[in-house]
Design a protein around this ligand. Structure first.
Ligand code: PLP
Length: 430
């Protein structure tokens, strides 16, 4: 494979776009550098780059593309939206239909509001939790990503007795001081944090199934304990389901796990590939939002018919029978094949998988929290990433990301991927 056009375009991009990319995760910084492959076209499970190379795609645009690229039902909906005008700045019947669909799928969302991204939805949900409780502090779990707003760009302090330090330049220390970070899947530090700051905490922000240091499920009972303790302290529980909603089943991870939050944040899949975010929750909390209540949130693009119609079409595809069983079946084939290749070539890996989403960690340890994910072998992952890319398999360029199978992938795609995995493992170990 050769990448001369990608390299040329990246050189040009560096002159005009900061870092040559419009989101830092798209650069290859975490996998040893180099020009990221520049894609020209995508269809179904495949990408084609500007040099004409074809790839099987497991990035799925970091999650939204669960139906595969350019799904005909979604494409038709977007075309229809384009012909009818893409932005009105008025209410539309489509947004009401979509709000009803989301509520039916995730019943804890009694009232919904649409925004334009997951970041925006998280940011506003925190504001609503603060408005409702009259408190300022937020608890989050180490390694969980909730978008790039100031408050959630905060690294783990050294245990619950330390308040957060900013993870990014430009985030005021005073804001980071409002965030308490504790490890996922460990109830004791969470308990200690509540004992110390319980009466100041507005909300606990949770990825109910983590997607941001790989796919990590909560230990049995962990989320229920978080709920019980948070509620006893008078704090709200916010589930960030930007990755998880409609990923493992039609509905939220909260329905899969049987634990209900007070507020829920959505994004990614619910736009069918177009920009969207949404938040919602208990009626009396949501009624704090303007124009009913004092918590202000607005948006010129919010509820635009293109994103809404694309999202409705995406959920209609996901309502079809057998979708999640199929994703699970392909995910299992992938997991089994990678594990047996690892055994054959003696590669130390651990796989966390739920249905069609999995993470291959270069470690023999189990991974249930961020510290363990951090301790996996990033150099080995970087080599593996490039070996796979050069065989036409597109993974996310980070050891912390998941592989996402879509309904457009076939068993043949999985076979081809496993062939590439075996070649990559052989090369890694020689
Ligand atoms: N929350 C979670 C769990 C995410 O994974 C992300 C993005 O990856 C976000 C929020 C932010 O969403 P967006 O990139 O749409 O702003």
């Amino acid at each position: 494979m050769q990448f001369s056009q990608s390299e040329r375009i990246h050189e040009e991009a560096l002159q005009h776009i900061v870092g040559g990319v419009n989101s830092p995760s798209r650069s290859y910084k975490a996998v040893g550098g180099g020009a990221p492959v520049v894609m020209e076209r995508a269809h179904g499970a495949y990408f084609w780059d500007v040099d004409g190379n074809q790839y099987i795609d497991y990035l799925a645009a970091y999650g939204p593309i669960i139906t595969g690229h350019a799904h005909p039902h979604i494409t038709k909906a977007i075309q229809k939206a384009a012909e009818s005008g893409v932005l009105y700045g008025t209410p539309t019947p489509h947004e009401v239909k979509f709000a009803k669909m989301l509520k039916e799928a995730i019943p804890s969302m009694e009232k919904v509001r649409f925004v334009n991204s997951g970041t925006e939805a998280v940011m506003t949900t925190i504001r609503v939790a603060r408005a409702y409780t009259g408190r300022d502090k937020i608890v989050k779990f180490a390694g969980c990503y909730h978008g790039h707003s100031d408050l959630v760009l905060v690294a783990a302090g050294s245990g619950p007795s330390t308040l957060g330090i900013p993870d990014s330049a430009g985030v005021p220390k005073s804001i980071a001081q409002e965030v308490i970070t504790v490890p996922f899947n460990d109830i004791e530090p969470f308990k200690e944090a509540l004992e110390k700051w319980g009466d100041q905490i507005a909300g606990v922000l949770v990825e109910p199934i983590v997607g941001n240091f790989g796919i990590v499920e909560p230990k049995p009972g962990f989320l229920q304990q978080v709920n019980d303790l948070a509620h006893a302290a008078g704090a709200l529980v916010i589930y960030d389901e930007v990755i998880t909603a409609f990923r493992f089943m039609y509905g939220g991870a909260q329905d899969l796990l049987g634990v209900k939050p007070d507020l829920t944040v959505l994004g990614k899949i619910i736009g069918g590939g177009l920009p969207i975010g949404a938040y919602g929750g208990r009626k009396e909390i949501m009624e704090k939002v303007a124009p009913l209540g004092p918590a202000y949130q607005a948006g010129t693009m919010a509820g635009n018919p293109a994103s809404i119609l694309s999202g409705i079409a995406c959920l209609e595809v996901l309502q079809q029978e057998g979708v999640y069983e199929y994703l699970d079946q392909l995910g299992a084939l992938l997991e089994d094949g990678i594990l047996s290749a690892a055994k054959e070539f003696n590669v130390p890996i651990t796989i966390n998988r739920l249905k069609g989403a999995l993470t291959v960690y270069f470690t023999t340890e189990t991974v249930v929290n961020y510290e363990q994910a951090e301790n996996t072998d990033g150099e080995m992952f970087a080599k593996f990433f490039k070996l796979m890319l050069h065989q036409g398999i597109n993974l996310a360029p980070s050891k912390y990301e998941a592989w996402f199978v879509t309904i457009a992938h076939t068993e043949e795609d999985i076979d081809a991927t496993l062939h590439a995995v075996r070649q990559a493992f052989e090369a890694l170990m020689t």
